[in-house]
Write a protein that binds this ligand. Sequence first.
Ligand SMILES: [Zn+2]
Length: 457
Amino acid sequence: MNIFVTFMFVLFFSNCKHGHGIMKNLFVILRKTVICFTFLLLTAGLVSSAVTINNQEKESGLRAGVARIDITPALPVKLYGYSSRKNYSEGVHDNLFARAVVLENGGRHLVMISSDLGSYSGEVFTIIKNRIIERFRLEESEIFLTTIHSHSSPVLTLNSETGDPNNILYTEQLIEKLISVTGEALSNLRPADIALGRGYSPVGSNRREMRPDGSIALGRNPYGPADKEVLVMKIAASDGSHMAALFNYATHSTSLGPANMQVSGDILGISEQFVEKILGNNVISPAFAGASGNIDPWYRVLPGFNEEPGWIPEPVLLGTLLGVEVVHVFRNTKELKAGGEIKTLTETLDLPGRKREGDPEGQSKTVPVRITAARVGDAAFIGFNLEMLTELGMAIKEASPFEYTFVITHCNGASGYISPAELYKEGGYEVTSSRFEIGSAETLVRKALKMLYQLCD
Ligand SMILES: [Zn+2]
């Protein structure tokens, strides 16, 4: 009888929302069955063991630690993101930071590192990941090493043949700082609770603009799909003091274009700093870029910060607008809950590479894609070493069994753009520069959903 009661309560109190379609219908039926049986058991006085189980679930041993470190380059550096830009940076508009949030429960860790940078190439990522894993004895699935994709941040390189010496020095120092910030967050672990909230922001816009000849160019497509959701995880110590406002939003950090020579975190970096200024210095606000392959800020690739008297420079305007929504959601999210157990998974999926004219034997290699998934209570994080187009992130969120699914891109490496099959016939920058064969994105979405369901077990 105890096993039966346990089964029903696990179903009833499960944190997963159990999605859509067949799973949803099945869950509704099961849920109704659970409610009926629970009522019968209550009246029969048989529920005491089940109540004990529920209480045990609420007595979570979640602990959290946070840390932030300044990673602004001390020397002029080559800036990331536009191959046309050849010169060194000229000054700093806003400082760059790396922020670490570590969650731990029962020995299982989730290490979320957000950095105000462009991207970690496969080579640089592997070196950093191995250093962190060895130093702190973590498992590969426990790490989400991410960037906010700022195009006004240093190029990362350790290649002495192709890399600029200033950028190599910067990257070497960055690695030590990332280890330091991770260690500080791990050493700060203390009992904590989490809360989740969602808002919406118009800062990001679809950028696939159709020209009169029918071709697709980078620009603004205001009626095109764009994921406007702002997800916020609030983390507070058990005494109620706030520790972090972690947020997830889908936009490129490209309000600044190749003519800008100042270092900046751009949209997401400025949002993080706004939130921290408002919520106080003890709260860190790491941003995680959502599925934003085809999403640019509303004002995009500008030549710099407009200094006209009375003008609010667009990166500041949009970064602040997004930050204001994060603060609204943070403040409206009052119900702190014990975080629940942590589960993590990582898998490498070999997707078919693009067949290009002139490929030897007409064959193309596969391209490895890394997916990292984690669950903390009601929230799931799913990270990709990709620039996913927004439609793919929205599809994952829609079908996810979790109430809150943080889709995180630029996570654990960089394998470039991946587009839904229906956009291949339209073309455009994200499609033509992609390394993946048509249909790869759909395989990726199915795999991601399978992993999210695995986290519900
Ligand atoms: Zn990009």
